[in-house]
Design a protein around this ligand. Structure first.
Ligand code: SF4
Length: 218
């Protein structure tokens, strides 16, 4: 495509400009305990955070603790989350994850990512978000926004996997910035460098960005 790859220093320059655009970027899922965060993140795959936030207050009120959800009737759980995409699979996962939390972890959400990914329905991305948000463990969960932004900027080639993107971001961004930078990249992808009609004409990193499509989007 005739585009160059971005150096580490140029990427960090772009990240500073993105951080200035979204200084208050933060997680947008509503939760109050690590267990509720785990459930909310599990429900959020391929769905908006806004949609998840609409469903979770009633769900959390009905099933406040892992013990409650572990014993829940699956059809009833589905009824609380049926506005959410893939709700049948997600209902199965959150009930099964709760059962494992009770059986193996004393009803507590483990802090270790290696343990978190053993829970049904919990992938690396969910484990990263839970560990970072609930327990302050540094991590960079690569969702669709982070993946797109990182590739458009040119830090990582388009054919790389999310695992490659995660590894590259962790090598590039200083560890003490991971959690904040993660939110800022998500906000940038969600509200500025959007999948369709990115705001290239009004972009603080236009000159740094390696994406050929930026000229057509202006
Ligand atoms: Fe995204 Fe366009 Fe900015 Fe590049 S120039 S980072 S594609 S909004």
């Amino acid at each position: 495509m005739g585009r160059g790859m971005l150096s580490k220093s140029k990427f960090l320059e772009a990240l500073d400009l993105i951080a200035a655009l979204f200084p208050d970027a933060h997680g947008e899922l509503n939760w109050d305990t690590p267990f509720h965060l785990l459930v909310a993140v599990s429900l959020s795959a391929q769905t908006t955070d806004v949609g998840v936030n609409k469903a979770t207050p009633a769900l959390f009120a009905r099933y406040p603790e892992p013990e409650d959800l572990a014993q829940a009737d699956l059809t009833e759980v589905e009824s609380y989350i049926k506005t959410i995409g893939l709700y049948k699979t997600k209902a199965k996962h959150i009930v099964a994850a709760s059962q494992m939390l009770v059986a193996r972890y004393g009803g507590e959400v483990p802090q270790d990512k290696g343990e978190l990914v053993k829970l049904p329905g919990v992938g690396v991305k969910t484990a990263n978000v839970v560990a970072a948000e609930a327990f302050g463990v540094p991590g960079i969960a690569v969702d669709t926004h982070v993946d797109r932004v990182t590739k458009r900027l040119g830090l990582v080639a388009w054919n790389k996997t999310v695992g490659d993107v995660e590894a590259k971001l962790m090598r590039t961004i200083p560890k003490n910035r991971w959690i904040k930078a993660h939110h800022q990249l998500i906000f940038f992808g969600r509200y500025h460098c959007t999948a369709k009609k990115p705001k290239c004409a009004d972009c603080p990193v236009f000159d740094i960005c390696q994406w050929d499509g930026k000229y057509e989007a202006v």
